[in-house]
Design a protein around this ligand. Structure first.
Ligand code: NI
Ligand code: MN
Length: 220
């Protein structure tokens, strides 16, 4: 499994021979290391409909041959924009999509459609991308049921968890690796990787914090 950070909440994950993009906000993302025309995928997932999570870019990418996955109402909007390969689902158990199991989870956030997180599970690994969310205790169940190897967690504060809340999320989910996201993009996002690392240490968990710079990728 290979994880590349595209800045903010955008990730490119390679798993089981598939390329998965989550929240591919490329145009207008000050941290994006890529241009939209360079990006393609097998599956593109949008956690919610805020502009910094890349719905419009995901539509363009899906038109180049990716399956568009999101909660039902956002998936319908992608269909209306002309995307042919759309899977609209809801928060609950996993769906089989191109050989991977994909489950939407709740997220404590806002939007014109229900916001979500997502768990993607393959033979080579699994990850939980929390989307934009505050802390919630049922993250424990996400850890227990899906045992994601990697958790991508927002730490920027203001709109999502900050470093303290995200460190409790790490404790609840208990992944092997936690990757901070949704920070250092705008001045209002004040959470830092250093503070997150410090707070995770305080929780006394085994989870390794992996900071990936935009444009960098890691073999996991
Ligand atoms: Ni949001
Ligand atoms: Mn956001």
């Amino acid at each position: 499994m290979k994880v590349k950070y595209l800045g903010h909440a955008a990730f490119e994950v390679h798993m089981d021979g598939k390329k998965i993009l989550v929240d591919p906000w490329i145009r207008g993302n000050p941290k994006s290391p890529v241009k939209l025309e360079e990006v393609s995928a097998d599956i593109v997932i949008v956690t919610h409909d805020h502009g910094d999570h890349g719905f419009d870019d995901a539509v363009e990418i899906a038109k180049r041959g990716a399956t568009f996955v999101s909660i039902f109402e956002i998936a319908n909007r992608a269909s209306e924009k002309g995307v042919k390969d759309v899977v609209g689902m809801n928060i609950g158990g996993p769906a089989d999509i191109k050989g991977l199991k994909i489950a939407l989870t709740q997220a404590f956030h806002s939007g014109t459609a229900n916001p979500t997180g997502v768990v993607v599970m393959g033979k080579e690994g699994s990850f939980y991308h929390a989307g934009d969310t505050g802390l919630f205790g049922d993250m424990k169940l996400i850890g227990e049921i899906y045992c994601p190897k990697v958790a991508m967690l927002p730490i920027g504060s203001h709109f999502t968890m900050g470093p303290v809340e995200a460190s409790y999320a790490v404790q609840f989910i208990n992944p092997e690796i936690a990757i901070p996201m949704h920070y250092d993009t705008f001045p209002v996002l004040t959470g830092t990787q250093e503070k997150f690392e410090e707070e995770v240490r305080k929780r006394g968990v085994k989870t390794k914090v992996m900071v990936i710079k935009p444009g960098e990728e890691r073999e996991i």
